[in-house]
Design a protein around this ligand. Structure first.
Ligand code: SAM
Length: 217
């Protein structure tokens, strides 16, 4: 697969992308260096090389998108990842976010609702050297079988905060989830303080595809 070639051109475009998301406010050196290292063009058809390094979401088929790099960086920064963290990602999509989390040293559990995308990404990601634990199913319910997690990141827009997800966090764990309507959502970070207590921080608006399933749309 020639789109795995990491050319000087791709590296140069990636350096520009990192500058751009830094300018937009991403501060974590670990996150910036993971974005700098990740060959985002490998997640695209080779003819879309230039698009791969624009700070934009892009269609990946099945009416779904690979998230905008700034959005991935923003959510990842909120997760405050430490090496060895056990993280659940809801919405595998292209696998880009999962690969960034793996690059930061996390153990990643990722669940995708769309069967075709699940098959495609399960086949693709190991080919470029990234090995999360892949699951097919309704992530709006979390993934109780492997809980508890140090953090959970939802990469689709939810109508509200599913309680089950907070239950599946460790004490001290963080849930990052975009919540709103089907067009626009506010990024929310929940920190589980004890079995029954959590704190909540709200951030700016983003625009995700809808979270489907039982506790989604
Ligand atoms: N994280 C992805 C990436 O890095 O490419 C981007 C994800 S895309 C914006 C949202 C994904 O969430 C889509 O692939 C969609 O099929 C998936 N999705 C929607 N509802 C879901 C659910 N209930 N459980 C799991 N995945 C879901």
């Amino acid at each position: 697969m020639n789109n795995l070639n990491d050319s000087y051109k791709a590296k140069g475009l990636r350096r520009q992308l990192v500058k751009e998301i830094k300018r937009k406010g991403i501060r974590s050196e670990a996150v910036l260096s993971a974005i700098k290292k990740m060959p985002r063009h490998a997640f695209f058809d080779p003819i879309f090389l230039e698009h791969a390094y624009e700070d934009k979401a892009f269609p990946i088929g099945e009416k779904q998108t690979i998230s905008q790099p700034y959005t991935v960086a923003f959510q990842t920064e909120l997760l405050d990842v430490s090496k060895g963290d056990k993280i659940l990602e809801i919405g595998t999509g292209s696998g880009y976010q999962a690969a960034i989390l793996l690059e930061l040293g996390a153990e990643v559990f990722t669940i995708e609702y769309n069967h075709k995308l699940f098959l495609k990404t399960t086949d693709f990601l190991p080919k470029i050297g990234y090995y999360p634990h892949f699951f097919h199913g309704d992530g709006s319910l979390g993934l109780a079988k492997h809980a508890p997690y140090d953090s959970i990141v939802v990469t689709a827009g939810a109508p509200n905060i599913p309680n089950k997800l907070i239950k599946q966090l460790k004490i001290g764990g963080i849930l990052v989830i975009p919540v709103g309507d089907q067009k626009q959502q506010k990024m929310i970070a929940i920190k589980k303080l004890s079995k029954n207590k959590a704190s909540k921080k709200e951030f700016t608006h983003f625009s995700f595809v809808p979270l489907l399933g039982k506790d989604g749309w």
